[in-house]
Design a protein around this ligand. Sequence first.
Ligand code: SR1
Ligand code: MG
Length: 412
Amino acid sequence: MTTDDVGYQVLTADTAASYVASRPELASLIDTTSLARVEEVGDGNLNLVFILTDTAGRGVVLKQALPYMRLVGPDWPMRPDRARLEAEITSVHARVAPGLVPDIYGYDPERYLIAMEDLSDHRVWRGALNEGLRHDGVAEAMGRYVASVAFGTSPLGMDPEEQKRLAASTSNGELCRITEDLVFTEPYVDAGRNGVLPANEDDAAALAADAEMVAAMGLAKWKFMTEGEAIIHGDLHTGSVMVRGSDPDGKPGAQPSTARAIDSEFGFCGPVAFDLGALWANYLIAATRGAALGDAVHQEWCLDLVVNTWTSFESEIRERWPNRVDPRVWHDDLLEHLVAHWRQDAWLFAAAKMARRIVGLAKTSDIETLDPDVRALAARAVLSTARSAVRERIVDSSPTALVELARSLQPT
Ligand code: SR1
Ligand code: MG
C-alpha cells in the first residue's frame, strides 16, 4: 500500500524519522539525526504504529490510521478520521485521569496521525498475563481510570452543555457499528466471520440457540446503543492496557506497577459498564488460560482482578460523588442506584465480550495460543461462563459471585 493508493502520506519505517524532523511540535522530542530504533510495531487490528527512539533514550510513538481495517485489508474500508477521535478522547481522559493514559503530543489531520508518548518501557498486559506474570495494582488502576472517566466526562462532573458538545464531537458511528455487529449480534447470527475449533462447533451452536443468552445480548446491544453516560474507552480489553512493574518480571514481591489505557479509538458517549465488562471478561479469559495450563495460582490471581477493579472503581466514584454538578437533586440514593446499575450491567457486557472473543472475529491470544486439545476445553469454559453470567447477574450481581461462577466452570 502506498501514499498514492490512499490519497495521503502513509508512513514507513524509512520515512517516519523525516516526518518527525519536519514537524516543529515534534522535532525537539527526539534527535532524529541520532536514532537508535525506528520500528513499525502495530499488532492491533486497525492501525500502523511506529516507535522512534534516539541514542539518548528519548522516544516518540506515531500512530497512523489506515483507510481500512488492518486485520482484514482493503475489503473492509474504514474512515481514517478515527485517529482524530482517539487523539481527542485520549486528551480528555488525560485531563480527568492523569497518569493513566499516554500523553498526546500532537495530531496531524492531513495524515490521520497521532504523535504520543513512547511507552516502550511498558508492555501489553495481555502478553504479560499470558506468560503468567503478575503486575499488582494494575486492575485497581484500571478501576480508577474507568471511574475517573465515568465521573469526569459525564454530566456528574461536567457542565451539561460542554458535556453534550464533547459527546457530539466524539460521536463515532462507524466504530460503534463494528462493536454492535461483532460483539452483540454476530456470535449469535453468523455473518460469515465466526470460527471455532471443530471440537467447539456444538458449543457455538448451543450458544446461538440459547434464547435467554440471545435476549440478554439484545438488551446489552440496546444499552450500548442508547445509554450515553460518559465518554468511555470503548475497547478496554487487556491488550489495550500497557503495564510496567518496578520488578521487570512482575513477579510477586514487585513494587506497585504502573498502567496506561491505550487505543481509545472505539470511544464514544456510551455506557460506563461497557468498559468494566470488557475488563472483567478479559480477566476471566486470562484466568481460564491459567486453568487450562494447570497454573492454579495464576488462575486465582486473574480471578481476583475482577474484584480488584470493581472495588477500586466503586471507591473512586464514591470519593468523587461530593463534587457532583447538581447535588440539589442528585442525592445519595442516585449514587446507590448508579453503582448497582453499573455493577449489574458489567456482568451483561462481560458475558457479551467473553462470547465474542471465542466465537466471532478478533479472538484473544490467551486462548488461541493454547494447544488445540486444551484450547477447546478453555473455549467451552469461557462460553459456559458467559451463558451462566447473564442468568446469575439477576440473582447476585456482586463481583465475588461472578468470580465464584467462573471458578466453578473452569477447565480441569
Ligand atoms: C475487526 S476489529 C475487531 C476488534 O478489534 C478491536 O480491538 C475491537 O475489539 C474490535 O471489535
Ligand atoms: Mg485496539
